[in-house]
Design a protein around this ligand. Structure first.
Ligand SMILES: Cc1cc2nc3c(=O)[nH]c(=O)nc-3n(C[C@H](O)[C@H](O)[C@H](O)COP(=O)(O)O)c2cc1C
Length: 170
């Protein structure tokens, strides 16, 4: 799958098959995170891979918007330094690279940002200097996902030269 195809077909899933994701795919996902660009190449992030079902349940309990992560095969907590003005953007980029890398191997994913910081520090040892900014849950799809993308048309979200100018002329 090339990058364009990965972007075109990737959907976010809350439901995952029970099939285990192979360790080499998990490593490839972490490697994608490591290789992602960050502001001034500061690489302030740290990534915690969670695969023990007990810990996935803890992750779910420590979330306000990601209870579905209890059913993921594994998850990655993206920790970033909140003193960097661009830290959330960096987290998003790492998440996207991890998600597309997993999808290249047929592994789907979804992220959440509703995270209880105090509980995450207690349960996963995240230091005070970092925030748990994004959690991405991964697993093989439980059903076929292709072909359900619900997005606004290009004419509504993109313009040419000046905000509001149609892109038709492109
Ligand atoms: C910045 C961001 C924050 C998100 N936060 C949550 C979240 O807290 N909980 C959740 O279940 N999904 C979350 N999502 C997933 C979105 O709801 C999902 O990407 C969107 O509905 C499109 O899904 P689709 O690709 O399957 O159409 C988030 C996605 C992004 C990009």
């Amino acid at each position: 799958m090339n990058a364009t195809e990965a972007v075109r077909t990737k959907l976010d899933s809350r439901e995952f098959a029970s099939k285990a994701v192979e360790p080499e795919i998990k490593r490839a996902v972490l490697e994608a995170a490591r290789l992602t660009q960050s502001g001034v190449n500061s690489q302030h992030w740290r990534f915690v891979l969670i695969q023990d079902p007990k810990n996935l349940s803890r992750l779910a309990a420590d979330s306000t918007t990601g209870s579905w992560v209890a059913g993921a095969n594994f998850a990655v907590v993206i920790c970033t330094d909140p003193t960097k003005g661009y830290h959330v953007l960096d987290a998003g980029r790492a998440a996207q690279d991890m998600q597309l890398t997993a999808w290249d191997s047929g592994v789907t994913s979804r992220l959440y940002t509703g995270i209880k910081q105090t509980e995450m520090r207690r349960d996963f040892g995240i230091p005070e200097s970092l925030n748990a900014t994004v959690v991405v849950g991964f697993g093989y799809p439980s059903h076929k996902l292709i072909g359900r993308k619900n997005r606004k048309p290009l004419s509504e979200v993109a313009f040419l030269e000046r905000f509001g100018n149609p892109v038709d002329a492109l």
